[in-house]
Write a protein that binds this ligand. Structure first.
Ligand SMILES: C[S@@+](CC[C@H](N)C(=O)[O-])C[C@H]1O[C@@H](n2cnc3c(N)ncnc32)[C@H](O)[C@@H]1O
Length: 208
């Protein structure tokens, strides 16, 4: 299905009303604090990260957390939802690519390229090409923080079909790119007493 010039119905979903409502709903210091706790663990396993690119950044709640941890790092974001892009523009110095990640062609490589809660919403047929884009965008590190399942499954998302897919995204990238090495991985939990997150598994990989 093609809508609003997008290749997939999932892109139109995020560019449209659902994405606007998500953007209004997910905000606040508590989310930034949880993200800082998560990225402190991830970044502790890296060295020399001076540039970071997030695929599907929404209003920048990960980037704001990362800025507290690595104040000198250059930050970039790819985002499809216009309402979210307006918020991203309010963050000093973030380079914004206002487009679908499926249309993004890497211009410069970042020391760390990452996704968090983005690949689960991408049409699965598009994943191999998107993995390549993420790989090509990274100079050294790739982090994938998504809902994990050993085999691909589709799950209902807030009553919507074909909008949420779980699988071993990082494992598929490790299979696709021979020079990627797994550095570390971990789980974050919705019942965490201090730093709650959706139940996500993060994987940090490095080009070797
Ligand atoms: C579930 S939110 C996660 C936001 C953020 N990464 C976080 O961890 O809070 C998914 C984000 O990806 C964006 N998105 C979804 N599909 C996209 C696409 N094809 N290209 C660019 N952004 C996309 C949505 O607009 C939304 O901002």
């Amino acid at each position: 299905m093609e809508q609003q010039g997008f290749k997939t119905e999932q892109e139109a979903f995020w560019a449209g009303q659902f994405g606007d409502e998500y953007t209004g709903r997910n905000t606040g210091e508590a989310i930034i604090a949880s993200n800082a706790a998560l990225f402190a663990k991830i970044l502790a396993r890296t060295a020399g990260v001076r540039s970071i690119l997030e695929f599907g950044a929404n209003i920048g709640l990960n980037l704001l957390a990362i800025r507290k941890l690595l104040p000198q790092a250059g930050l970039s974001a790819i985002e499809i939802n216009q309402k979210a892009i307006e918020q991203l523009k309010l963050i000093d110095g973030v380079k914004i690519h206002a487009m679908s990640v499926l249309d993004y062609r890497p211009q410069a490589q970042a020391d760390l390229a990452f996704t968090k809660g983005l690949l689960i919403h991408i049409n699965p047929q598009m994943l191999p090409a998107l993995y390549k884009t993420i790989y090509d965008s990274s100079l050294r590190y790739i982090c994938i923080a998504e809902y994990y399942n050993p085999a691909p499954v589709e799950v209902s998302y807030r009553g919507h079909a074909a909008r949420l897919f779980k699988r071993d995204f990082a494992g598929e990238m490790l299979d696709a790119f021979a020079d990627l090495r797994l550095v570390d991985y971990g789980f974050v939990y919705r019942r965490d007493p201090n730093f709650r997150q959706d139940d996500m598994t993060w994987f940090l990989m490095e080009k070797r």
